[in-house]
Design a protein around this ligand. Structure first.
Ligand SMILES: O=C(O)CCC(=O)C(=O)O
Length: 497
């Protein structure tokens, strides 16, 4: 029996959509969309594609042939994903050349059998490996990306085990990828890492997407909500997945030069219906930060349950849970807390710098300030939730001193990158200020931190610092929290499977 299709993903000309409209309609509502018209000037669309709209494999072999990449064997399942092998780009291209794309690999009812020997290059950290070859520029809609911005400067997690660390260095260096696969290659049903958003741009080719919204995705899980379906086109066992046949799917055919936005926590399966090259990023920001935290909590309880029987004989049970959480998910509670604290400090610094020149011409834009307030509001919400994680709070030995952090060269880079993210030239927002000169000292991060908490070690400290900053801001601006609380409420109601 086929899938019940409830609708198609909307397609919009991205040149006619403002950033605010994108935030209101898609980021806040957590809905998918396909954007057109945003890739015309990409170098990738020239260099990587032949005149007949096919992938220019020769270009890859001659320019990037020596790179080592991860390749999925589409017909081989390994745990919950496809088996992976490592090879050079040249070897991968050689293998691709042997497959005739006219062999009828596209019929994916029962993908595994039809995709025998098909190899799919995935998760290639292309930007990290070739920073000087500027293949594309991230469209404005996806630039507020805390994940890649942070990972360009810091590690999310540093493991004491060096073998694990080396592997991790590459795999977690960033979340900007190139995917390449012949017609018939596919990606099994899943939701994205950290419950991040993703965007995926077809440089050439065609992808078919099938989505389940967060409210529907339980239907693709077994009774214990532990395992989800692997291939939605295979013969899914009704006994194991009793809800599956009731699921209502959203479908999308993504053509060349179209970019799809995948919202947080939407499960999806993807099939290449033609030889395809795509660029994919995962990212999160103020809108979906609460969902990232929610997933971390869920993964933490799973990690804890898994080793519950050794609790009584374990000296540092909480430490072990946190180590396992980092190994499974890519970060633990302390990593996440350090990340949001550094990020809050950077937001405070930029707010301060924006205000210092007021009302001069260098004054930061309204867009800038709105985003910084949204960021702090969202981080505060998450920090409030972190307060209830007692076992972690009592065991963590975090001590983050603002003055020390402010001296780190990496922190200056973080501030600079965050500032650049919200830079929109020629936009003024004087009308938002109640007083003529808010004054540099008034919102000085150092003053705020010293008056509230010079050393951050638990989430309560961070909440006090942010509260103080938002209160001071509300004295000098008309912005308040700009209704962000209700926007963030919508996302928090989403279930996480
Ligand atoms: O293109 C694919 O094969 C998978 C991409 C994907 O799942 C994603 O970008 O979230």
């Amino acid at each position: 029996m086929g899938l019940k299709i409830g609708g198609q993903v909307e397609k919009i000309d991205g040149r006619r959509l403002s950033y605010n409209q994108f935030c209101e309609r898609f980021l806040q509502k957590n809905e998918p969309v396909v954007l057109t018209g945003l890739m015309d000037d990409w170098r990738a669309c020239r260099d990587w594609v032949n005149h007949n709209a096919q992938p220019n494999l020769h270009f890859f072999a001659t320019h990037f042939g020596n790179s080592t990449v991860q390749v999925a064997e589409c017909s081989k399942k390994e745990f919950t994903d496809q088996a992976r092998v490592e090879m050079s780009v040249s070897e991968f291209i050689g293998n691709w050349g042997k497959i005739s794309s006219t062999e009828g690999n596209s019929n994916y009812s029962g993908s595994a059998e039809n995709s025998q020997s098909l190899l799919y290059l995935k998760d290639w950290h292309f930007v990290k490996e070739y920073p000087d070859y500027v293949a594309y520029s991230t469209p404005l809609f996806f630039r507020d990306d805390w994940l890649n911005l942070y990972l360009d400067i810091y590690h999310m997690h540093r493991d004491p085990d060096t073998t694990y660390r080396e592997k991790n260095e590459v795999n977690c260096s960033d979340y900007r990828f190139v995917y390449m696969g012949a017609k018939g290659t596919w990606t099994p049903f899943h939701a994205d890492v950290f419950r991040s958003y993703s965007w995926s741009a077809n440089v050439c080719g065609k992808k078919k997407w099938h989505f389940l919204s967060p409210s529907q995705c339980r239907l693709a899980f077994d009774r214990n909500v532990k395992n989800c379906v692997y291939d939605i086109f295979a013969d899914v066992s009704e006994k194991q997945f009793p809800g599956f046949r009731k699921a209502v799917w959203l479908e999308c055919t993504q053509e060349e030069k179209e970019i799809i936005f995948v919202p947080s926590g939407w499960y999806h399966q993807v099939h290449n219906e033609a030889d395809t090259i795509s660029i994919n990023h995962n990212w999160f920001n103020a809108y979906n930060l609460p969902l990232v935290w929610k997933l971390l909590v869920k993964d933490y309880y799973e990690a804890k349950e898994y080793i519950e029987d050794i609790k009584d004989i374990c000296d540092d049970f909480e430490g072990l849970c946190q180590r396992n959480l980092a190994a499974n998910t890519g970060m633990n509670f302390s990593d996440f807390f350090i990340f949001i604290t550094r990020f809050s400090f950077a937001n405070l610094i930029i707010l301060h710098n924006n205000l210092k020149d007021y009302p001069g011409p260098l004054f930061g834009s309204c867009f800038h300030i709105r985003n910084l307030i949204l960021n702090l509001t969202s981080i505060k919400r998450v920090a409030l939730k972190m307060q209830s994680m007692n076992d972690w709070r009592e065991n963590s030995r975090i001590s983050l001193d603002f003055e020390e952090i402010a001296k780190e060269p990496e922190f200056a880079q973080l501030c600079f990158a965050l500032h650049r993210t919200y830079e929109i030239p020629n936009e003024s927002c004087k009308q938002f200020f109640k007083v003529n000169n808010p004054g540099r000292a008034y919102l000085s991060p150092l003053n705020i931190v010293e008056a509230t908490c010079p050393n951050i070690s638990v989430p309560e400290d961070l909440v006090r610092v942010i509260d103080c900053a938002l209160e001071k801001l509300s004295v000098v601006t008309n912005m308040g929290d700009l209704g962000y609380s209700s926007a963030l409420d919508v996302l928090e109601t989403l279930t996480i499977s």
